[in-house]
Write a protein that binds this ligand. Structure first.
Ligand SMILES: [Fe+2]
Ligand SMILES: [Fe+2]
Length: 249
């Protein structure tokens, strides 16, 4: 479902039913005054839906960039259709790109750029920053920060399972927002290494990351945008991560 989060930032995507609830798979679209940017490009499994929603939001505009949080198929698998529809699109990837993903065969290498965390890229006067993902399921996973709206796109981080009826709702439209146990269930499955993590250190790094830039919106790929009580939700995630470790123990 297409939903405007804030300003010119839109959330699209589908919901996949699972044992613990529905899991969203998102693409975020930043219209950027005629120079659109896609954050991830969707799963190959739901190509028609992703393409239809992207085209509807873009309303005839040609996207200039895809920024990939990482190269797993739910995030990058739809790139073939995107490349066929918009062959001039440039792709920004993290420093690890797995060869079996569809990127190499479908676009010239000259249109693919690998960046390292800390890189800032200006697109039509808008500054986007690549941030080292604090929760990685691939070594090169990156989060992306849009300075104009204060939106932090967090890839698999901050994901959560949701009831089907609420899957497209933003946090402020849900009584009590996103619960700690929703974050916990998702991160338990998505980040198996959390059993070996010292939660206090990870939590402190999350605090530092959020203190360095104003975050108004958290935009996970496997959830809907969190756009209120940011500190509360960050603290819920911190507790959830500590609980995951206890779960394994
Ligand atoms: Fe992932
Ligand atoms: Fe994912």
């Amino acid at each position: 479902m297409i939903r405007q989060i804030v300003d010119d930032v839109y959330q699209i995507g589908i919901s996949v039913p699972g044992k613990e609830g529905h899991e969203a798979v998102r693409v975020y679209v930043i219209l950027n005054d005629g120079h659109p940017i896609l954050i991830d490009c969707g799963s190959h499994l739901y190509r028609p839906q992703f393409m239809q929603e992207m085209e509807e939001v873009l309303d005839g505009a040609t996207p200039e960039y895809i920024f990939l949080t990482h190269s797993e198929l739910p995030h990058a698998g739809n790139i073939k259709s995107v490349a066929e529809k918009w062959p001039g699109i440039k792709v920004i990837v993290s420093n690890v790109l797995l060869a079996y993903i569809e990127i190499l065969p479908v676009l010239p290498l000259s249109q693919i750029t690998a960046v390292i965390p800390g890189t800032q890229l200006e697109v039509n006067g808008r500054m986007l920053e690549f941030v080292d993902a604090l929760l990685k399921d691939q070594p090169g996973s990156q989060w992306i920060y849009d300075s104009k709206t204060g939106t932090l796109f967090t890839g698999d981080g901050f994901g959560y399972f949701q009831d089907e009826s609420l899957i497209d709702q933003f946090s402020d439209e849900i009584d009590g927002g996103i619960r700690e146990d929703q974050f916990q269930a998702y991160h338990y499955h998505a980040f198996r290494f959390l059993r070996w993590v010292i939660p206090e250190r990870l939590g402190a790094d999350l605090d530092t990351m959020f203190s360095r830039r104003p975050v108004n919106v958290i935009a996970p790929i496997h959830g809907s945008a969190i756009r209120h009580d940011i500190t509360t939700h960050k603290n819920r995630l911190k507790s959830a991560l500590a609980n995951v470790r206890s779960q394994y123990a």
